[in-house]
Write a protein that binds this ligand. Structure first.
Ligand code: CTP
Ligand SMILES: C[C@](O)(CO)[C@H](O)COP(=O)(O)O
Length: 251
């Protein structure tokens, strides 16, 4: 498919159309508690490479992405061993206490570089199996206020309630799963709108777990674009072998 070189033409004073650019931001400052590994999960090895390098390879090889904002822990001791540690296309920002703070820091790193109407493409570095075909699909339908990749739920969904101090959980009820989706990443929004939405949420103490939640809080409702279910977020130990398998498949 022919991919739009730029997401949209932005008319200005009629002299020439401005092109909006794409700015990937990769939150990569987590500690990976749920992975229970000896290092942050983004530095675990998949096919003898850092997990993070697989994600960066995908993003930096996508034709419309010229630079990538990497949001890393300030004291990240592993980054210098990354294949991309000295890559001039990497803009570095410091992580924050939660993912939402890291993303806001990533947006701040674009101050003076991105125009208000440029698109920011926020993608978890913990999702190394993203394919260019899903990026193509996302950008082919991208319109304001933005869009996210998502997959419809496949299982019957239950709401649980904790029943005793041991943490035992019982079913409270079955949740209607029609139109229930797993939010994935990338999540794509206009630079200024996402910066303002996240700033508003955090000022209210609302530490959102994804960018779309911040937009929804501000009454902006992005598109859900069905993406591949193998665009998994490596979160728990059993996810690593799955990601390794997905990376061996033709991409
Ligand atoms: N303060 C944080 C927390 C998370 N992330 C990033 O956000 C993505 C998704 O977060 P998650 O899967 O929760 O990663 P962790 O927070 O590292 O995992 P855990 O919750 O198990 O500690 C990851 O790429 C992670 O590196 C981040 O940049 N800054
Ligand atoms: C952004 C995300 O991957 C969408 O599902 C998810 O919200 C990240 O959550 P986490 O708790 O930071 O892994």
């Amino acid at each position: 498919m022919v991919r739009p070189l730029y997401s949209s033409l932005i008319p200005n004073n009629g002299s020439y159309p401005l092109m909006s650019r794409y700015w990937p931001i990769l939150p990569a400052a987590g500690v990976g508690r749920r992975m229970m590994a000896d290092r942050p999960k983004q530095y675990l090895l998949l096919q003898q490479r850092f997990l993070l390098d697989h994600t960066l390879e995908c993003m930096l090889s996508y034709p419309d992405f010229e630079q990538v904002v990497m949001v890393l822990s300030e004291d990240d001791p592993y980054w210098p061993q990354s294949d991309f540690a000295n890559d001039p296309r990497i803009l570095r920002a410091n992580g924050g206490a939660e993912r939402c703070h890291s993303v806001l820091n990533g947006l701040a790193a674009l101050d003076g570089l991105a125009t208000d109407d440029d698109w920011v493409v926020v993608h978890d570095v913990a999702r190394p199996c993203l394919r260019h075909s899903d990026l193509d699909k996302l950008f082919s339908v991208l319109v304001a206020p933005g869009a996210i990749l998502a997959t419809p739920t496949r299982d019957t969904m239950k709401r649980g309630v904790i029943v005793d101090s041991s943490g035992k959980v019982r079913i409270d009820h079955t949740v209607d799963r029609v139109q229930l989706w797993h939010a994935l990443t990338p999540q794509v929004f206009r630079y200024a709108e996402l910066r303002d939405a996240l700033t508003t949420c955090l000022a209210q103490g609302y530490e959102v777990t994804d960018e779309a939640s911040a937009m929804e809080y501000c009454q902006q409702f992005p598109l859900l674009v069905e993406g591949r279910a193998d665009n998994i977020k490596v979160t728990r130990p059993e996810d690593l072998a799955l990601a390794e398998l997905f990376l061996t498949q033709d991409r």
